[in-house]
Design a protein around this ligand. Structure first.
Ligand code: 5GP
Ligand code: ZN
Length: 114
């Protein structure tokens, strides 16, 4: 399958890993928008949030179970934010479910204010 994140999981594309176990992988975003910007993914290919089902949601639960540890490993000492872009309007560019873990600064909330 021609999926960038599946290739990262397979080791075909290098990444700066922050955390890995049998089910999930966390690595630094190649184009960070905050001092801490980690991508957390399930190792099974799920295209987006829209594709989460009872059959594949265990990996999603595992991600959220591990996020506090991943945030600590990444250096978030004062809190963090988790974001998942879904589909065209959500701004998703990689069609493999992922969660952006952002931190290392006080993150602005009014990001859509004009
Ligand atoms: P999306 O726009 O789909 O929500 O997020 C995709 C993210 O993956 C972007 O923030 C982008 O910088 C990151 N990304 C895309 N390709 C690569 C890559 O090959 N390596 C890493 N580490 N991050 C990538
Ligand atoms: Zn994939």
């Amino acid at each position: 399958m021609d999926c960038i994140f599946c290739k990262i999981i397979a080791g075909e594309i290098p990444s700066a890993k922050v955390y890995e176990d049998d089910d999930i992988l966390a690595f630094k975003d190649i184009n960070p928008i905050a001092p801490v910007h980690v991508i957390v993914i399930p190792k099974t290919h799920i295209a987006s949030m829209d594709e989460i089902r009872p059959e594949n949601s265990a990996a999603v639960a595992k991600i959220f179970e591990k996020i506090p540890e991943i945030a600590r490993l990444a250096g978030c000492e004062n809190g963090y934010r988790v974001v998942s872009n879904c589909g065209a309007d959500g701004g998703q560019t990689v069609p493999h479910l992922h969660f952006h873990l952002l931190g290392g600064m006080a993150l602005p909330w009014d990001v859509f204010a004009k």
